[in-house]
Design a protein around this ligand. Structure first.
Ligand code: NAI
Length: 740
């Protein structure tokens, strides 16, 4: 079965997200709602969405729209009809009646329901109709959340379900897990339980919400929104509805019932309009005091708000063992929450799935956890876990494990997909080296470097790993969300604070040497980015020989925002790319001015389609919807380039002062219009010096090393200024740029 045309009924949050992802996959799609006006507004929302749901905004009109009365005949042309209307069974039933009258024979019909069992959804369908009906549960926002749960029924034609799965994996790029018809399926059953445990334990142990979020967050490999932050993000009222549905659907003796009980404070927040970020605030709120925005946090005992306090646990990286062994309330809270999640998740095996591994994958793909409950158990170690856990009656999984004490119970990962992913092949590889920032794996005929720091920020160790891995063809790829958010600014600031600028210079020089080494080493280097690929991360990519990019990348040179300029070859490579353009052949200053504009404004692209016109990516770079296939595409690139030879070194003819004067004029205009301030002017001038080639003339040939030197000098001048340091500190503290 081939899916060439899709109709979505219901153009709300989910209908929009699914339509946009189909549009991204170049599949013709129609959105139908009660009225065409509603669908039209939905299409506008897709166009304006941030982060963007579309990879290429200019393709918005490839999403057709209409209403369910006048345009329903379009359903007869669809190979797949997705129902994404409100979560009301009467509305859904009447839509199915209409769909099954109109659809072509054999077309798949699915619901995006998050809580209604398939047996209830399909109770009015004929046996023949049931064969083609399933649940396709996408997560919001669809472009960015990798999980798709397909819930099948015993009536389904399994081949059809498998081909739908294949389409969703390969064309839509979703991590697709087949689930049974149990309440909340896999992701929400465990994910919502985990949130409830984290919340109820925080109340019980008298932790502040900031403390709970600091533990149930990065140190556990969970997004930093934590639990109370996530509650505010989802909507406290929506969470209450979700809980009601679980209470109704789950048996009375299910452990979930204990943590799903209504909490008086939560009830009061909803009643008073404190429904989270979309309302007046929630557990956190932003209050304006003396015209200043102050983040406040609720006190779980009194319900009063006060200025939110930053909690520093002193944990830089995910380390569950260290966390649960802490001899303080944080350690106790972490153990209590983690052990309960492990107990609950394992109690559901084989009830909700016979592959425990799928639960971990659902948590990873649907909730952005780094490790699922069973991987946490694996990390804690079977022996240590059973030494500390109290009781686990009626839990077959844990009873068996406590008997066989198999420390290697985990086995293979990512069983849900046939694709050869990094997660699957890593356990079979030889780990050549590991330092604080990266790991090197050796396969038969190639190496892999995986960065391992927070947001994969780069430092000396990251460069060391890259340099040491070029004795074979190399793929730079990772399993975490970001390819690399750039150079580690805290690492750089630690030196700056001590006045140790020599060490910064040494690091930048090593960064440059490593990138040059990647570019010209004997064997090909492939970068396979996904997520943030900024600053130094982009410089690694741009000096790799090949790129296999996921369509969800955010790419750009953003150094000027923190008062710096790209100094790992970013200026050099962008100059080179633009100097080969048609316009540059006619105008010797074209490339310098163009790159000055791109880097000066710290322009970023949110997809490869946006990245190409900026020349952050090249037309020949591979652009891939499915993150799971980044590795196999990278491997294919290597096998197609067995006779690789690096290209000759680049040289540059730049006009020096001539183009620099044009740049300074541009800066002066911005300064006079107060778009940039004093330090913006300084940074702009340094950038202009580099991109104009410094003290040169158009007839002189500059080498890559000359450009590296210019970058390094400008970087060092800027990092030594107090105003750049202020910018960096501000960004580290707030995540936002400082204009000074
Ligand atoms: P929504 O409330 O944003 O949108 C529902 C849309 O359906 C509205 O545009 C409404 O006008 C339309 N609609 C209502 N009756 C209709 C009818 N008879 N014919 C055509 N259109 C009709 O809802 P949302 O959030 O998009 O949810 C849709 C489905 O997806 C629900 O079943 C929900 O449980 C599920 N879901 C929602 C998630 C979320 O995060 N919002 C996540 C996963 C699943």
């Amino acid at each position: 079965m081939q899916i060439k045309n899709v109709v979505i009924i219901g153009s709300g949050t989910m209908g929009c997200g699914i339509a946009a992802q189909l549009c991204n996959a170049k599949i013709p799609v129609t959105l139908l709602d009660l009225t065409t006006e509603i669908s039209e507004k939905a299409r506008e929302r897709i166009h304006k969405s941030r982060p963007p749901l579309l990879i290429d905004k200019s393709k918005i009109n490839n999403i057709s729209i209409g209403n369910i009365n006048d345009d329903f005949n379009i359903v007869s042309q669809a190979d797949w009809i997705v129902e994404a209307v409100v979560e009301r069974i009467d509305v859904k039933h009447s839509i199915y009646e209409k769909i099954f009258k109109e659809r072509k024979h054999g077309a798949i019909v699915s619901s995006n329901t998050s809580s209604i069992p398939i047996k209830v959804l399909s109770e009015k369908l004929s046996e023949e109709e049931k064969k083609d009906f399933c649940i396709t549960h996408f997560f919001n926002p669809v472009r960015y959340m990798d999980l798709l749960e397909i819930v099948k029924s015993p009536n389904n034609n399994i081949e059809k379900i498998n081909s739908l799965k294949k389409f969703c994996e390969e064309d839509l790029g979703k991590g697709t897990i087949i689930c049974s018809d149990t309440p909340g399926f896999l992701g929400n059953r465990i994910g919502v339980y985990a949130m409830q445990v984290a919340m109820t334990e925080a109340f019980k142990m008298k932790l502040s919400i900031e403390e709970a979020d600091a533990v149930f967050g990065r140190p556990m490999g969970i997004p930093k929104t934590g639990v109370f932050g996530l509650y505010d993000l989802i909507g406290i009222d929506l969470m209450a509805d979700v809980l009601k549905s679980f209470i109704k659907e789950l048996p009375e003796n299910d452990e979930f019932q204990i943590v799903a009980k209504e909490i008086p404070m939560v009830k009061k927040l909803i009643e008073t309009g404190y429904t989270g970020r979309k309302g007046k605030g929630g557990f956190y709120r932003v209050n304006k005091i003396d015209n200043k925005k102050i983040l406040e946090a609720i006190n779980l005992e009194t319900g009063e708000y006060s200025t939110s306090k930053k909690i520093n646990l002193g944990i830089e990286r995910i380390d569950i063992n260290n966390l649960i062994k802490r001899d303080d309330k944080y350690g106790e809270y972490a153990w209590s929450v983690i052990s309960k999640i492990i107990k609950y998740a394992s109690s559901l095996v084989p009830g909700i799935t016979d592959k425990f591994n799928d639960i971990d994958e659902a948590m990873r793909l649907g909730f952005n956890w780094t490790k699922g409950p069973f991987e946490m158990l694996n990390e804690i170690g079977v022996k240590s876990f059973f030494e500390r856990i109290d009781k686990f009656e009626n839990n077959n999984f844990l009873e068996n494990l406590s008997k066989n004490k198999n420390e290697n119970f985990y086995g293979e990962r990512q069983k849900y997909t046939q694709m050869e992913t990094l997660g699957k092949i890593k356990p079979k590889a030889i780990k050549l080296d590991k330092n604080n920032s990266a790991e090197i794996y050796r396969f038969n005929d190639f190496n892999i470097v995986e960065f391992t720091t927070k947001a994969n920020a780069l430092d000396y160790d990251s460069m060391d790993s890259l340099k040491n891995a070029t004795d074979k063809p190399l793929i730079i790829i990772n399993e975490s969300m970001q390819f690399s958010a750039g150079v580690n600014l805290s690492y750089t600031m630690d030196f700056a604070d001590k006045g140790d600028f020599k060490s910064i210079e040494k690091f930048v020089k090593y960064f440059q040497d490593t990138c040059k080494h990647l570019k010209y080493s004997k064997y090909p280097v492939v970068s396979a980015p996904s997520g943030l690929t900024l600053g130094g991360g982009f410089e690694v990519l741009v000096q790799s020989n090949f790129v296999a990019s996921h369509t969800n990348i955010v790419v750009g040179l953003v150094e000027t925002l923190v008062g710096l300029i790209p100094a790992g070859g970013g200026c050099k490579e962008m100059l080179w790319r633009w100097s080969k353009s048609e316009q540059a052949k006619k105008d010797p200053d074209y490339a310098s001015l163009k790159v000055f504009d791109i880097i000066g404004y710290a322009k970023t692209a949110t997809s490869p389609i946006e990245a190409e016109p900026l020349k952050y990516l090249k037309p020949e770079d591979k652009k891939i919807m499915s993150r799971n296939s980044l590795l196999s595409v990278s491997k294919e690139i290597l096998s197609n380039n067995k006779n690789f030879t690096p290209s000759p070194e680049c040289t540059f003819n730049l006009s020096g002062k001539v183009v620099r004067e044009k740049m300074i004029k541009l800066l002066e205009n911005l300064y006079n219009d107060k778009i940039i301030l004093d330090h913006g002017m300084e940074v702009g001038k340094e950038l202009a010096y580099v991109l104009s080639g410094g003290d040169t003339t158009i007839d002189k040939k500059l080498t890559e090393d000359d450009l590296f030197k210019l970058e390094l000098n400008a970087f060092m001048k800027l990092i030594e200024t107090q105003k750049t340091q202020e910018r960096i500190k501000h960004t580290l503290a707030t995540g936002k740029p400082l204009v000074n």
